[in-house]
Ligand binder design. Structure first.
Ligand code: ZN
Length: 264
């Protein structure tokens, strides 16, 4: 198991210093991508921590706070800063400007990971602008948790073609691509299934409680979230499975899990 930190590069949307705005807001999208990257890293069995910061008195102050969060973790493999690029508002012209990654020096393992992230995003259709070196960015300096430091400009938020592609592929595919690039190997779905027990009548524990919470959330099941999968939980699961077009067998296995993940 490796450890990673991920953050959105600016303040939260609506606050000062919240980044670029084009066809979408950088800080709204970067946080959505962060959340997806973290969930994919966790699905692959790794630890991942969100180090985003909501506000600050300047962009420099926000970076300082983000770095404080990042430095509170030790033995980290990589620290990833999620951004959207912006240049000049560009109408649809059939050309996706695409993604780039930035590291302090291109002659490092940081650049190896950065290159993998670009390659994975390229598979989704984003033009690969490559790995660039910048020695002037605060976020790429002064981090002491052992991790590689990589800033990802996922796409251009002010380019209509980039924005169209973003909408087409979606946040989840982008999050998965970045996570695979970070890890350096495919995320094995079989491993994900093995790590997650099937839940049925009589099951107990944290996973049961999570499912009860989720059934309350997506189906207003009104369950007591006690971590015990009794008759009421089974009935609520069957009702939701039926409504979701699944076999209503009251057994929460991979197909139900995948359907639930799409709703959360
Ligand atoms: Zn930015």
């Amino acid at each position: 198991m490796a450890r990673y930190t991920v953050h959105g590069g600016h303040a939260k949307h609506g606050n000062k210093f919240c980044g670029a705005v084009g066809f979408c807001s950088e800080s709204l999208v970067d946080r959505a991508i962060c959340a997806s990257v973290i969930s994919w890293l966790k699905k692959a069995g790794h630890a991942a921590y969100d180090c985003s910061v909501d506000s600050g008195i300047s962009q420099g102050n926000i970076i300082t706070k983000i770095k404080r969060n990042i430095n509170s973790f030790t033995n980290v493999t990589a620290n990833i800063s999620i951004h959207l690029n912006a240049c000049k508002k560009s109408a649809e012209d059939g050309k996706v400007k695409g993604c780039e990654t930035i590291v302090y020096s291109t002659n490092t393992r940081d650049a190896v990971i950065a290159n993998r992230i670009c390659q994975e995003l390229k598979h989704l259709g984003f033009t690969n602008r490559g790995v660039k070196s910048r020695t002037d960015l605060g976020i790429l300096k002064g981090i002491e948790n052992g991790g590689a430091n990589i800033l990802v400009e996922v796409f251009f938020c002010d380019d209509q073609d980039d924005y169209n592609l973003f909408n087409k592929v979606g946040v989840d595919a982008i999050g998965k691509a970045i996570a695979i690039g970070m890890i350096g190997e495919p995320i094995k779905e079989s491993l994900m299934r093995a790590a997650r027990p099937t839940i049925k009548y009589g099951s107990k524990g944290d996973e049961v409680q999570k499912l009860q919470l989720n059934l309350n959330k997506v189906a207003s099941a009104g369950l007591v979230c006690d971590g015990k999968f009794g008759p009421k939980s089974v009935a609520a699961l069957k009702k939701w499975q039926s409504a979701a077009g699944l076999e209503a067998d009251g057994v929460y296995g991979p197909a139900s899990y995948a359907a639930m993940q799409r709703l959360l």
